[in-house]
Write a protein that binds this ligand. Structure first.
Ligand code: NAD
Ligand code: DAU
Length: 352
């Protein structure tokens, strides 16, 4: 079996659902159920004996040690993190607690377990750390995309905490020989993404008649990848990646934020037109920029395609349409996450 952390969040739950749809190797899913974790994402696994959910914190060394001892996972896939850049600007401490100290705590537990292994179990063991392209900092419009050799230049507390965790993971390999793999992926989109992130926020605000807030001039560029393609890449890297290596994962799909928001509006105009016949683009509002806002991210995923044959399957046009349709079909899911804490967050961030 494998141990997954953060498997009730956006990417983690997609990963667990895809994993169990394709394999009967069990998953122990450790998640603290912060505001971003949601057991409803995993509802379809109810009664599935291959999914063992454990409510707990990655910093709980005793709990994690006990999970290793009890389940003897052949691998750990580490998603758990504080993941929202804007929240890291308001409250960086939680990001360093979970993303840095939480990762270090997991590394310690994994190392202690790994040291007890022998023979083929020891040979097979892996610690896969899921990280982000944001560790590389910001590109100008004409710079080449990030490769695995691009120097780290994180600009937000979030990306600084992820960069620190990447360094810790590397050092546990170099110093202690823990068999690690690191992935640095670009922006994901798809089902179950919490509506604080651009794409689900815009879908939700559009349908709720709220402003569609665009930071700065709307020309910041992200390289969007459908979440299922990211999950495929992680499975492939876990199976065949070279120990100690890092792999960039990206969609070859750069778009500026204004284009993304207009695309969502166009799809919503078609699938769920406004009652007054106007376009949802009428709701677009330019707001003050994010401090330290990275201008452009772009991933060069050549290493992953050359070594492991990975390519994204989903085109952006079909992926974004599927995503908008998913949110339209799951309005109850969106309502379920718009708790008091969500309203507090949007009030603080957007004065909504
Ligand atoms: P998310 O915020 O949706 O989910 C994070 C999950 O981690 C939640 O279920 C939360 O409850 C859990 N968690 C948080 N703190 C925890 C703790 N101390 N102990 C146990 N569980 C805890 O995040 P996401 O967007 O799914 O991102 C998952 C991972 O992928 C993160 O490491 C993130 O840095 C990375 N990543 C995200 C993207 C993206 O576009 N979303 C892109 C590249 C990399
Ligand atoms: O690049 C990978 C990263 O992508 C992940 O590591 C992070 O966990 C994930 O949150 C994401 O970070 P971003 O900051 O790029 O994503 P976000 O959806 O917050 O913002 C995308 C772009 O849209 C960014 O340029 C900021 C802008 N934006 C965002 C929000 C929430 C707006 O213009 N308005 C908004 O209201």
């Amino acid at each position: 079996m494998i141990l997954v952390t953060g498997g009730a969040g956006f990417i983690g739950s997609n990963f667990v659902l895809d994993w169990l749809a394709q394999s009967d190797e069990a998953v122990v899913n450790l998640d603290a159920l912060t505001y971003a974790g949601n057991l409803r994402n995993l509802e379809s696994l109810k009664g599935n004996p291959h999914h063992i959910f454990v409510h707990g914190d990655i910093l709980d060394h005793d709990l994690v040690g006990a999970l290793f001892a009890k389940y003897r996972p052949r691998a750990i896939v580490h998603f758990a993190a504080e993941s929202h850049v804007d929240r890291s600007i308001f409250g960086p401490d939680a990001f360093f607690r979970t993303n840095v100290m939480g990762t270090v705590s997991l590394l310690n537990c994994a190392k202690a377990f790994y040291e007890t292994l022998e023979g083929s179990e020891r040979q097979a063991f892996r610690f896969l750390h899921v990280s982000t392209d944001e560790v590389y900092g910001s590109l100008t419009f004409d710079e080449a995309p990030f490769t695995e050799d691009t120097p780290y230049r994180p600009n937000s507390p979030y990306s600084a905490s992820k960069a620190s965790s990447d360094h810790a993971v590397r050092s546990w390999f170099r110093t202690y020989g823990l068999p690690v793999l690191t992935t640095n992926c670009s922006n994901n989109y798809g089902p179950y993404q919490f509506p604080e992130k651009l794409i689900p926020l815009v879908i939700n605000n559009a349908l709720s008649g709220l402003p569609l807030p665009i930071y700065g001039d709307g020309k910041n560029i992200r390289d969007w990848l459908y979440v299922k393609d990211h999950c495929d890449a992680i499975r492939l890297i876990l199976a065949n990646g070279r120990v100690g290596e890092t792999y960039n994962v990206g969609g070859h799909n750069e778009r500026d934020n204004l284009t993304i928001v207009k695309t969502i509006c166009r799809i919503l105009d078609e699938l769920q037109p406004r009652r007054d016949g106007q376009s949802y683009t009428e709701q677009i509002t330019f707001v003050k920029d994010r401090p330290g806002h990275d201008r452009r991210y772009a991933i060069d995923a050549t290493k992953l395609s050359r070594e492991l044959g990975w390519r994204p399957k989903e085109h952006f046009e079909s992926g974004i349409r599927k995503t908008v349709q998913w949110y339209l079909n799951h309005l109850d899911w969106v309502d379920g996450v718009k708790t008091g804490a969500y309203r507090e967050w949007t009030a603080k961030q957007y004065s909504l």
